[in-house]
Design a protein around this ligand. Structure first.
Ligand code: NIG
Ligand code: FE
Length: 426
């Protein structure tokens, strides 16, 4: 017999998304579904995944252990959101109103709105205020089934405020059940005060802010907004090389609006992921398909920017790329905390199959932040991070759209949302 301190029994369908990770092409069709499944954990680690009948035979619940009767709900791995801009001040509904009237995101950015306005708002608030904002947004993510999130700085754009954003993430990570993977995105924009001397800002990033981030262990990843009018391919390469030298892993905002070849740069530099890719070239698709880098697609962005052009998800999957999905949660181009909604958008707007899209918010999303040995699937030895949804089968997660199907959430073996209510520590 194996000891457990948590047993979740009676799942209608248990969608395990079992590996090996990452999944490409045909492997994406198998979600590892167990009908009438049961799952058990001990000290936050999964010790059993199988049928209710086998569980009774093989698992012994410790005297103070907990049983959760899933009562026919659908179980799936806690969702992983591998690209967000969580720590920001202010909001941009005024810019949104102008966009509804026909202005474009890039026009407004050129007029000083866009990222720069969020930089002003983020600089003007204190660290505790920023932590509170992060915690509130993390609550919303958790309620929609996210249990692991990647989060970027990039609205400070100076030493003090980039560090403030990363410290806010460190503090929020300690205080909230969701695990936060931290990314330093000091190269998100060229700050207003450096517009005429971009090289001086690149110098500041490389010689002042990056060493401080590294010395205080404030980020695991480094990211650059590689885009026309922001950082060119050569500038991005220079920044990436400095970050790699400092021991950070690489992510890249690549080929969002203009096909600069950011995907190829990501592959050449061994980036863990290339993200956005709406304007990726044929060559970029081919290179991503042959590489271990994850293509992280963000369908919330063209939806929110009311833009017809979408990332070529079908072509990427068919070519054999590792495809994941993320919210890109930010106040300018994708104001949603719901990775569940992104799953729906991927099926409705990117022509991904249900199975491809579910893997893209779980196992492949975990791979895209280098956490696939810990989370992203329900398998023995992984973290007990799971979501129980009011859905008779996994098609319902998308079929019944625009609602939140999440009823219970388990993080690290603890029931953190029970019957849609936040459960404070057991
Ligand atoms: O990922 N593309 C660059 N950065 C964000 C948008 C940030 C903003 O508008 O505040 C993105 O879409
Ligand atoms: Fe982004």
């Amino acid at each position: 017999m194996v000891s457990a301190d948590l047993i979740v029994s009676g799942c209608g369908q248990l969608v395990t998304c079992r590996g090996p990770a990452p999944k490409r092409k045909q492997a994406l069709q198998d979600l590892g579904v167990i009908e009438r499944g049961c799952i058990a954990s001990h000290n936050g680690e999964i010790v059993f995944v199988g049928s209710d009948a086998d569980c009774t035979q093989r698992i012994r619940l410790e005297p103070d252990g907990v049983t959760l009767d899933a009562a026919g709900l659908l179980g799936l791995p806690g969702l992983v959101d591998p690209h967000t801009h969580l720590p920001f001040g202010g909001s941009r509904e005024n810019e949104f109103r102008l966009r509804i009237q026909g202005a474009t995101y890039r026009e407004l950015a050129a007029q000083g709105m866009g990222i720069q306005s969020t930089v002003d708002a983020t600089r003007s608030i204190s660290l505790p205020e920023l932590v509170d904002l992060c915690l509130k947004r993390l609550d919303s993510m958790l309620a929609h089934g996210t249990t692991t999130v990647e989060a970027k700085s990039g609205y400070g754009l100076n030493l003090e405020d980039e560090i403030k954003q990363l410290e806010a993430l460190r503090e929020a990570d300690l205080r909230h059940p969701i695990d936060i993977i931290k990314t330093f995105l000091g190269a998100h924009e060229v700050p207003r005060e450096y517009k005429a001397r971009k090289e001086a800002y690149i110098d500041l990033l490389i010689h002042a802010i990056l060493p401080e981030v590294k010395a205080n262990n404030l980020a695991e990843f480094f990211d650059v907004f590689c885009e026309e009018g922001v950082y060119s391919i050569d500038e991005s390469r220079q920044l990436i090389r400095a970050a790699k030298k400092a021991g950070l892993k690489i992510k890249l905002h690549a080929d969002e609006f203009v096909p600069l070849g950011g995907a190829q740069l990501a592959v050449q530099e061994g980036a863990v992921s290339a993200e956005h890719l709406i304007a990726i070239t044929d060559q970029g698709i081919e290179e991503m398909a042959q590489s271990p880098s994850t293509a992280i697609l963000l369908p919330g962005v063209p939806f929110f920017l009311m833009q017809d052009k979408k990332a070529p998800a079908r072509r990427l999957v068919d070519a054999g790329a590792v495809v994941a999905l993320a919210t890109d949660f930010n106040p300018g181009s994708s104001m949603t905390e719901s990775q569940m909604f992104i799953l729906q958008l991927a099926v409705f707007t990117l022509h991904m199959s249900l199975e491809e899209a579910i893997h893209a918010v779980t196992l492949n999303a975990a791979y895209g932040i280098d956490r696939h040995t810990e989370v992203g699937s329900l398998e023995v030895g992984k973290k007990m991070d799971m979501v129980l949804c009011d859905a008779p089968n996994y098609a319902y997660l998308v079929y019944h759209f625009g609602i939140n199907p999440v009823v219970h959430v388990i993080k690290n073996g603890k029931i953190v949302i029970r019957h849609r209510q936040r459960n404070n520590p057991q």
